[in-house]
Design a protein around this ligand. Structure first.
Ligand code: NIG
Ligand code: FE
Length: 390
């Protein structure tokens, strides 16, 4: 593969930063892409040494690391547009809606799910996402959870087992048996295809005791915990995540001061998902409070048919800046380096020698335009592993 020098970059976000500039911003910069990795980063005026590389003049545009969307649920059948419309007419959101998607997903063939997933992956890529985490959780039988994990593993190494999404209808009166299944046969069937284990710890889903059992069983099978917590009500999700050393706790909409302090003292990333609050008309999480307390924050789409049917990380950034008290650099960092931290990856989310050449050329002179021009497609080109599209 020939080396490519991207030059005439008006504003480069490297995420190799300082406390004053966590985005590690360079102006009038150049980036060398070599063998799928970043070979060199520096001022365009010092790029002369890379004369052998083919040159791409990006015309003063801004370049950022590819988005790391560390929380999605992209393998599912059907949609819930009617439920969304009813909610906009005043119905509240409840976790039980998940069962509607479970029914549609079980009825869908592998090929139908695979085609749908490929469409979502292309949609994400066109909007600048170069790494995706994908959860199971709409199968909820041994067979269906294993096939969702297998299908997800065809498109990403970041697969999460979420058998504990909700208790399926057929186990409504036997929830202890369902938890047993999630920790036993289902886990054994899914674990070979997954890296992470997740649980929806919430009123209407799983109790803290059930959640702990599920996560500990996953750990015994080599999976690393993540938690859906504190989405609809205050609760034990954050404390459980921190106690188990989870990579992230996601949602974090209802937090006590103790939750915030526990997160700040931990390695657990708080992943905020403002597409959910947009789609459910719930209050947005308070990112400012978390960041000021020293918590590491990630932003992700939570793309799913119930609470956030958007795959757009630029939209998520715009919401985080407008509604959650984040500055633009904080939001861009959280959607790139923050996502990488939530997936415990140091090869993505930053543009430095040795990192994967995952980057986005924006059709804008600065990253600020991501929030300043909401809803406008601003992706000029995407490089994933050094291969460009757009
Ligand atoms: O992340 N919180 C749990 N799971 C999804 C909702 C899924 C659904 O309603 O289908 C979420 O918001
Ligand atoms: Fe989710």
């Amino acid at each position: 593969m020939t080396a490519v020098l991207l030059t005439n970059i008006g504003e480069l976000t490297t995420n190799v930063g300082t406390p004053d500039d966590p985005c590690g911003t360079l102006h009038d910069a150049a980036v060398l892409v070599e063998g799928g990795r970043i070979g060199w980063v520096g001022p365009a005026s010092r790029a002369a040494g890379h004369a052998g590389a083919s040159r791409v003049d990006v015309g003063g545009r801004a370049v950022i690391p590819g988005f790391v969307d560390s929380h999605t649920h992209l393998v599912f059948g059907g949609d819930r547009a009617d439920e969304f419309a009813a909610r906009m007419a005043g119905q509240p959101y409840a976790a039980g809606g998940i069962r509607t998607t479970v029914t549609a997903t079980r009825a869908a063939s592998d090929d139908a799910l695979r085609r749908r997933l490929a469409g979502f992956v292309a949609e994400c890529r066109a909007q600048g996402t170069t790494t995706l985490e994908i959860k199971t959780g709409y199968g909820l039988t041994v067979h269906d959870e294993a096939r969702l994990a297998r299908l997800a593993a065809e498109v990403t190494p970041e697969v999460t087992y979420l058998g504990a999404h909700v208790v399926p209808a057929e186990y409504a009166d036997r929830r202890a048996e369902y938890v047993e299944l999630v920790c036993g046969d289902m886990l054994r069937a899914v674990a070979p295809h997954a890296r992470w284990i997740d649980v929806f710890c919430e009123t209407g889903a799983f109790t803290p005791d059930e959640a702990r059992r599920v996560l500990e069983a996953g750990v015994r099978h080599g999976l690393v915990p993540r938690v859906h917590g504190n989405q609809l009500t205050p609760g034990e999700g954050v404390r459980l995540a921190v106690a188990l050393g989870a990579a992230s706790v996601d949602h974090c909409t209802y937090l006590t001061d103790d939750d915030v302090a526990a997160l700040a003292a931990s390695d657990t990333v708080a992943t905020l998902l403002p597409g959910v609050e947009f789609c459910t008309r719930h209050p947005y999480p308070d990112a400012r409070r978390l960041i000021d307390a020293g918590v590491r924050v990630a932003l992700a789409s939570d793309c799913n048919p119930g609470t956030s049917f958007t795959s757009s990380m630029p939209f998520v950034i715009a919401l985080a800046v407008r509604e959650m008290g984040m500055t633009v650099p904080e939001a861009v960092w959280a959607a790139t380096a923050g996502g990488a931290a939530a997936l415990r990856r140091d090869d993505i989310g930053r543009l430095a020698p040795g990192a994967r050449a995952d980057l986005v050329v924006l059709d804008a002179p600065s990253r600020t335009h991501l929030a300043y021009r909401p809803g406008v497609p601003l992706v000029h080109a995407v490089y994933a592993g050094g291969v460009s599209s757009g």
